[in-house]
Write a protein that binds this ligand. Sequence first.
Ligand code: IVH
Length: 685
Amino acid sequence: MAGTAARRIEELRARIREADRAYYVLDNPVLSDAEYDRLMRELLALEEAHPDLATADSPTRRVSGEPGERFAKVAHREPMLSLGNVVSDVELDEFDARVHRLLDLPPGAPVGYVCEPKLDGLAVELVYLSGELAEGSTRGDGAVGEDVTANLRTVGALGANAGVLPRLRGRAPARLEIRGEVLLQKEHFEAMNRVLGRQGDAFFANPRNAAAGSLRQLDWRVTATRPLSFVAYEALRPGEPAWPTHWAKLEALATWGFAVNPENRRCEGIAEVKRWKDEMAERRFSLPYDTDGLVVKVDDLDQQRRLGAASKFPRWAVAFKYPPQEETTRVERIWASVGRTGVLTPVVEVTPVRLGGATVSRATLHNEDEMRRKDVRVGDVVLIRRAGEVIPEVVKSIPERRDGTEREFVFPERCPECGARVVREEGEKVYRCTGAACPAQLVGRFTHYAQRRALDVDGLGEAVAAALVARGHVRDFADLYSLPAATWEAMEIAETKTGSTVKLGVPRTRRIREALERSKVAGLRRLLFGLGIPQVGEATAVTLARHFGTLERFLGATEEDLLGVRDVGPETAREIRAWIDEPQNRRVVDRLVEAGVRPAAEEAPRGGVFAGKTVVLTGGLVKLSRDEAKAEIERRGGKVSGSVSRKTDLVVEGEDAGSKAEKARELGVKIVDEAGFLRLLEGEG
Ligand code: IVH
């Protein structure tokens, strides 16, 4: 029995030491904090049960983190201790009861505490001699740290960060030791990782590692480029009168010019501490930095002195740790899910784990680049993190825990929903399905097809498209044209504003069906845009339509023919041809033609209603933007000018039009309002 315990103790110590090295020396964790805490708790319990097996150098007795060889060593005058952890109200009560017992206080007497967010950075000490910064060091193993003075001088040199002061403000004691945390705000961390990723450099798993890695650079100039912040929480002035309370100390820190956390709070008694801790449980996610707990410190410094410290922890303070938001688990499967816009997103299925009070079995990775950057493979042990949102994200893989059976995930070449080709376009971060009838993206495709700038099916918006797809009424665009009026009318539509459902009804159905009739002759460019061909936006659709003139000629175009079109490059030519070759896309087009879609042969620009005319737009338009109006006029052969003159053929007067409309009236230039303009565009004016 004791033999088993001895073996387990050795095993635990070895694993903890290895994890410490990865965390403190290499700035690259191999265990989640939660796993680490579990190992530590198990070791503590075993050592308590077998006091004969406890040793002075056990990780339970020694502050983790050895000073690295790369730096000169600095001995701390007073040891920099660590903090004991508690995870529940019961354990907080036990801490409070022990404080009472050691101070000989009656059980009911409230003790004053200061609660501070536990900042997730790295602890440093700054020594000021006569107000000047003389030396700065990391915590190291608590007794001896690393000399990082030059690096620390750069902290806060960027932007409006709280900084390490070169000189104290106001009156300073002969010697002052300041302690606090160097950290990286979340926003800066993300920006920094993006830059490192672009340069192809290793990125950091979390802001803590990023802060530690940035501070522990051999060249202070590298540290200077990292937007680190310093927050002070401790001051020691040997040989000078003691402060009465920790709170007074924090105030003194602020007076010298240090950034002190505005979230620090004084609480009277443990009940108030517990209430504050609960309030911070959610609010902490909206703070600009990571915090995984609350440090609870006895406020009265005389009481602190009487409580003293054990080998590794002070007895006057404790860290409350919130339920872990970060865990390690194993990737069981990765697959690609197809979203509404055809984008394929990797879904990572993991062995279920408890995280932040819920069981999770899925995690997200946004795209392929992120998957490669984080080097996530099927079978990997990964670190996942949840910060407020429902589905946690994969932070990184832990390659150190691979056994060789892991496999990389390859994005499918064919869409898992419809079998169409999957492409990743140049300059895009994502893979997209190219199937025009892919069920996963039908709603998005229908609204794209129906939008005003495409086939302009008035009344067919998102809610109607969603209802059509959900009821299985349509599988592709052609089905829209053959759906009986009665089916449209009876269809239940979700009203986004009220959340209730209503029948589409007769008037709306009539509107849609009339728009569908009109769409049959809306023109080739609108059809080519509406079909959602990769790389074919509105502008390309116009050039293609003008170039080929008819649908048949477009469908018969070879890659070479396509390359002959103005503004069409090799990538676009290839994509378009591949789209035409996709059988399901050809079927959709054929069925559209069968349904009566006859895109009018594209008119040369001179045939448009505005051919050779100069138009001035003034005032605000409601139905379309100024750019859209300009494009519509140009497409019909007109020119848009900024000022009214005798040469102006037409002025479009929007809302609150000013002097231009007046001038047009003076000159007798023809004026139309927005409705009249729209009629002209539709060829009715
Ligand atoms: S007080 C003896 N206050 O937590 C008191 N520490 O596990 C120990 N930490 O190394 C320091 N925020 O890196 C204190 N508001 C805070 C803190 C804080 C984060 C870290 C610090 C320390 C570790 C102790």
